[in-house]
Design a protein around this ligand. Sequence first.
Ligand code: NAP
Length: 268
Amino acid sequence: MDDDMNRTMRAFRLDGRVAVITGAGSGLGREAARVFAEAGASLVLVDIDTDGMERTAVLCNDAAATIETVDISDRGAVDDLADRVIAAAGRLDAWINCAGIGYMHPLFATDAERAAKVVAVNMMGAFWCCAAAGRVMRERGGGAIVNISSGGGSAPVPGVSIYGMTKAGVNSLTWTSAAELGPYGIRVNAVAPGWIETPMSSLMYRDERGEVDPARRQALIDHMEQVSPLGIIGEPADIAYALLYFASDAARFITGQVLNVTGGAAHG
Ligand code: NAP
């Protein structure tokens, strides 16, 4: 019984494995780093926010956490990063794509420069990361890539427009990459979170000056609780555990899936 139990728990662990986590300087990426460290992984934290990653590394306690300040929308920089990971660690087992930027505006109020940035980071950034991770994992015989999509990538949500469009692209990227990389032992899945309170998602209750509007915040939380059949809102750990599952051997027979982690709500 003990052996069976240990085998089961081992399937969810990442001892001796190397995981890259983008967006690790804040929010869901930071929590993913903490959870992956607890699961035994060595971490490569990636973000444009170096101070944020240093705070994340402290949360990861003893896990070897390397900090890489890289803009994921820069294809060359992402390729170099993948090569550096292999040169330094000799392996790459999991690549978790959490980096992203938020943008909530109606169609007619979309700023062209900001829209291009959202596409470059959320969609093309994830694309370059999948390509770079796939390239080095293929050479090493396998691995797991996990993208972060959004409930808004597959459901109609007013105001989500360009952001939701990029996440629909991430869903497509997940399906295509899974089909292309599967023969090399590489699994590609995505987690689509509902609304989880982070610096990014606080955009939804900030006023025009960027200040938190407590009444709007409470109204949003009340709404999110109502649309979940469970009557609760999610926490960063709820997303991190789903990311860990996809990264681990427990999901060895799963690829090309987009998992809604929304408390049963149709979208976040
Ligand atoms: P967050 O707290 O803002 O964290 C995102 C991190 O990514 C930040 O540290 C950000 O740095 C970094 N980043 C931005 N552009 C980058 C770039 N070009 N290269 C590298 N790093 C970059 O947001 P979050 O809520 O944790 O979001 C994480 C992911 O989950 C995103 O893909 C988001 O779309 C998705 N998501 C979140 C929710 C939610 O409710 N929170 C729901 C659905 C999906 P800066 O802060 O300096 O920009």
